[in-house]
Structures are given as structure tokens and as C-alpha cells.
Design a protein around this ligand. Sequence first.
Ligand SMILES: O=C(O)CCC(=O)C(=O)O
Length: 265
Amino acid sequence: MVSLTRNEIELYSREGFLIPRYRLEEQRVAELRDALDRVIKANPGVRPEQLVSAHIKTPASEGVTGDDVFMDLAREEGLIEIVSQLIGPDVILWGCQVFCKPGGDGMEVPWHQDGHYWPIRPLATCTAWIAIDDSMVDNGCLRVIPRSHHQRELFEHCKEDRTDIVLNQRVADGQFDPAAAVDVELQAGQVSLHDAYLVHGSNPNQSTRRRAGIAIRYMPGSSHFKRELLTPSADVSYTIDFSERPLWLLRGKDRTGRNDFSVGH
Ligand SMILES: O=C(O)CCC(=O)C(=O)O
């Protein structure tokens, strides 16, 4: 099993993101592609960048029919091991979204901090973003602003009235330097990890090649998923309903004693 070096752990803590040496085998990537094809087929009314809760097979309040292959990926020991080196020994799975940008019209993800959207206190999550296709500059790879997580504060976000973007709130101007952006290019099967406070986004897909990735969200057992903080809303231009979101304790304990693992299962 791959474990992170001390250097990698320090890099994640300093920069807010990391590309570990962990990589899925080709066969596994092929299974993810097949699962994605099934999910796209089962959800004809949903933009493929907005396949929220794709790890849950039965559509719940968010309306997306997911696939067990994505759940198996989220439970993969190798991933959990790496994540636990970054967030501690208690690991709770609380979310998963496929961001699939079709060739030609794949949408932009505006600059944002994930934590702005999430009802987690204290706010903490490590996202593992797994490339299902090669994710390069021309097809709209993830872009990050290194160290923008440092102060552990949420910047002001403003609403965008555009229909060609995946999220309709973005970090308001003047709070970070977009010129500092780093492209996180990954080959299919590679993984990047990012912190809940890190400013990140991605450009539209300018190529004819699809760019699909799956973001799996893990929080430490010292955080509370406070469903009542955010009510179901269209704030992100698609339905997010934290009130019914199931949680899975994958490793260790719920140190808060307040996370509800019965909801939504
Ligand atoms: O896949 C993308 O381009 C954006 C992903 C993202 O915003 C996230 O994982 O939080």
C-alpha cells in the first residue's frame, strides 16, 4: 500500500494540495469509465459536471442515480490510508461528485473554496480527485491557488448569473491572485488531494476530448456534519440536499459523538 512520505505530508499542509504517487490500475480506470457511462445514461436530465452523490445507487433527494463502482472506489483502503495521513485516523466519507466535462462544451468551474458550500464544523475535508480521463490544460484540468488555504478563512463569494458554469458562486475579485494558479494535470488513474479552504476551479473544456474526474470528500472524525446549517438550495445551480446525505465512518471513531450515521441510508 502506498503511504505518503513526510515530505508529501508537509507539502500538502503548506500548499493545500498534493499529487501522491498513488495510481489506479488501468483495469480499474476502465471500470470507472463503464460506471460513468451507466450513470450518464441513467441521468439524462443532469449535466455531467453535476453528478452529485454519484456513489449512491438509489436516487435520494438529490435525484441522481449513482453506481456502486464509485462507492467501492470511495472505500478503497489505499485511498483511505493516504487521506488518514493528512486528516488523522478517523475518516468519515460524506460526499462524492463526478465532474465530467464533455469535449466541446464542458463547463467552467469558477474559482471557489469548497468550504463555502459545506455544513461542516470545524470546517475540514480532504478531497481526493481521481482522474477518469487524462485531465490536461486543454480539456480543462483542475487549477489551484497554492497556499490560499493558509489562513483557514473563507473569502467572500459572489453570485454569478451565468448558465455556462458549474457553480454559480465564486470568490469575489481581489482576494487572491489568479496569476498564481497552478494547473493540476493528471493522467487517467492519477489522484490529486486538496484542502477544503483551497481556492480552486477549472476552465471550460476547449478540446474534443472528454475530461472526467470524481471528487470524493472525506472529513476527520473531529468534525461535525451539521445538516441544519444549510438547507436544500439551488445556490449551486443544481440540487444539493445535505439533510438526507448519508455518512459512512470508514476508519476510527466519530470523536464529536454528534454525527448521525443513520440518516439517508
Ligand atoms: O473537476 C473540477 O473541475 C472541479 C472540481 C472541484 O471543484 C472540487 O472537486 O471541489
